[in-house]
Design a protein around this ligand. Structure first.
Ligand code: GTP
Ligand code: MG
Ligand code: ZN
Length: 344
């Protein structure tokens, strides 16, 4: 799971692309500043970021006369990265478009490193992380654990959603049940759904009501399909799995926020292959495995690596079955990926 080793030429190219991108961003920000100086702008008003496109954002007004209306906006340079769910202050242009001039403090922020190790926000001000898995493509336990660690680290409660329950048969039922049992035993809520036979959709609807939730997970598990089924009036793209490998085809490319008529917001996000946790410390990682918490600080050696040492409280818990082998292995794998990245 460590970053690909790059040749000098590749690194140089990536640096150049990054530099060009920064220059373009700066130019657009300069233009935003110029517009701010001109008299083309209306008064400040509040809004929420619905989606992010390269150097522009789609802002939905939350104050009259702009309530519910979306406007493409440039943004001031000093705002840092804006992300779906951010609450902002913006000024409409008299012609079209607008400029975002300020961002409110975030209650919560889910972020992850991109393939070059740079930390990118995924969504802001969310109450729940819905980790979507499916009967097909088959779930990766390590990816679920990574999402759970990320959720625990930023203190946004997660829920695990098993979608495509209509595709459960004797070929996959045992593995899925075993996997889910681990998380149910840990106290995580698990919801089962199917858009084909409607199983669990009412429960899901009720769960999401009046909350701001982000749907995350592998490509092809049905995140967009679920949102499209809950909100039949919206337009949302879904993609078939690839014929050969039965994998998702990365249909959703950018996070987007949708409103539920009964109250609450849903954020759809692009499917991912891996969720890097390079940005968290080894201590945070230990805390991120909630069943490790009661045992932390009880190892005989303060610098215990929980591998071979005598008197290791984590390994004792493992022997007693209080920690499962799957979760402990997952922990070791993630820890190794964090160490590999430090060495990079
Ligand atoms: N059998 C079955 N198929 C489903 C279900 N939900 C979604 N699908 C199918 O799964 C495929 C992928 O659905 P998407 O909604 O595009 O998946 P996604 O998670 O949004 O994928 P990305 O946008 O690539 O991350 C589509 O062919 C859907 O029709 C379900 O409950 N049962
Ligand atoms: Mg999608
Ligand atoms: Zn130990």
């Amino acid at each position: 799971m460590s970053k690909r080793k790059l040749t000098k030429q590749q690194s140089w190219r990536i640096e150049r692309i990054h530099k060009e991108r920064m220059e373009r961003t700066q130019k657009r920000a300069d233009r935003a500043e110029e517009t701010l100086q001109s008299s083309d702008l209306g008064p400040e008003t509040e809004g929420i970021i619905i989606s992010h496109f390269g150097t522009q954002v789609e802002v939905e007004g939350t104050q009259e006369p702009h309530v519910g209306v979306s406007t493409r906006c440039n943004m001031r340079a000093n705002l840092g990265q804006l992300v779906t769910g951010d609450k902002v202050v913006w000024r409409p242009k008299h012609t079209e478009g607008g400029v975002v001039v300020a961002r409110s403090d975030r209650d919560t922020l889910l972020q992850r490193p991109d393939m070059h190790g740079r930390l990118k926000p995924v969504a802001a001000n969310i109450d729940f992380i819905v980790v979507v898995i499916a009967a097909e493509p088959a779930p990766h336990a390590n990816l679920i654990d990574r999402y759970l660690v990320a959720s625990e680290t930023v203190d946004i409660p997660p829920v695990i959603l098993l979608n495509k329950s209509d595709l459960i048969d004797e070929s996959n039922a045992k593995d899925l049940e075993k996997l889910l049992k681990t998380y149910i035993d840990l106290g995580y809520q698990v919801i089962r759904t199917s858009i084909k036979n409607d199983e669990g959709m009412a429960e899901l609807n009720e769960f999401l009501k009046d909350r701001i939730s982000v749907f995350v997970g592998q490509s092809g598990v049905g995140k967009s399909s679920l949102i499209g089924t809950l909100l039949p009036d919206i337009e949302i793209s879904v993609g078939e799995l690839s014929q050969k490998r039965k994998k998702g085809t990365h249909t959703t490319t950018t996070a987007r926020l949708f409103h539920m008529p009964i109250g609450g917001d849903l954020i759809d996000s692009p499917g991912i292959r891996e969720f890097g946790l390079w940005h968290i410390s080894e201590d945070e990682l230990l805390e991120g495995f909630i069943e490790f918490r009661p045992h932390l600080g009880y190892c005989k050696f303060r610098d215990c690596s929980h591998e071979q040492e005598p008197g290791c409280a984590i390994r004792e818990a493992l022997d007693k079955g209080e920690i499962t082998a799957h979760r402990f292995e997952s922990y070791l794998r993630i820890r190794q990926s964090i160490r590999d990245n430090d060495a990079f």
